[in-house]
Design a protein around this ligand. Structure first.
Ligand code: HEC
Length: 168
């Protein structure tokens, strides 16, 4: 009876080891391939759940959302976010485009569905295992809120401004 138990455990370990070896051989570390649909869907679900839950905690109060806040956010954005998200946040640069996962268009419905509190949380903490840095230590709270306001208005940038920011 005991022998059968030991044999069974060894068999399970062997199957797990064979499975891991197979996955390790198949795994492709390159960032060039488009992220798979299943992977993206699963990662997006998990991200949505974790960010939603984390952003429920206490956040510093937001300054009044007015146009000067958005304009000031633009100045910060050009300095620190444009490297990956592009000058208007809507057209990722080559660096951003070829990160894994890809740097998103901040005006897309996927990004616009976040609440202001969730955007603030993402900008403050970043997203681990992606290229999105956390700005807790490099931007002040006011700057982070200004950038948050800008991101939450990214789908409303007038075409003339977009054209001026992306001349090509
Ligand atoms: C070094 C490149 C890089 C820089 C700089 C950067 N980002 Fe990102 N950002 C990313 C990547 C890559 C993602 C995708 C993360 C993911 O898919 O989970 C991302 C995701 C985001 C998201 C969440 C989108 C989503 O739906 O998951 C927001 C919001 C965002 N960035 C805003 C900003 C802001 C604002 C700044 C500047 C303060 C900034 N980012 C700077 C690379 C960057």
């Amino acid at each position: 009876m005991r022998r059968t138990g030991v044999f069974f455990v060894l068999l399970v370990l062997l199957v797990v080891a064979a499975g891991l070896t197979f996955v390790a051989y198949q795994f492709n570390l390159s960032a060039l391939n488009e992220p798979g649909q299943m992977e993206t869907r699963l990662a997006t679900r998990v991200k949505g759940w974790i960010v939603g839950r984390s952003a429920r905690g206490s956040l510093p109060p937001a300054p009044p959302s007015n146009s000067s806040s958005v304009a000031l956010g633009e100045m910060d954005f050009m300095g620190v976010c444009a490297t990956c998200h592009g000058m208007d946040g809507r057209k990722p640069t080559d660096i951003g485009r070829w990160m894994y996962p890809r740097t998103p268009d901040l005006g897309s419905p996927e990004v616009q569905q976040w609440s202001d509190a969730e955007l603030f949380w993402i900008i403050r903490n970043g997203i681990r295992l992606s290229g999105m840095p956390g700005f807790e230590r490099s931007l002040s709270t006011t700057q982070r809120w200004q950038v948050t306001m800008l991101v939450s208005h990214a789908d409303k940038i007038p075409p003339a401004v977009r054209k001026a920011l992306n001349p090509d």
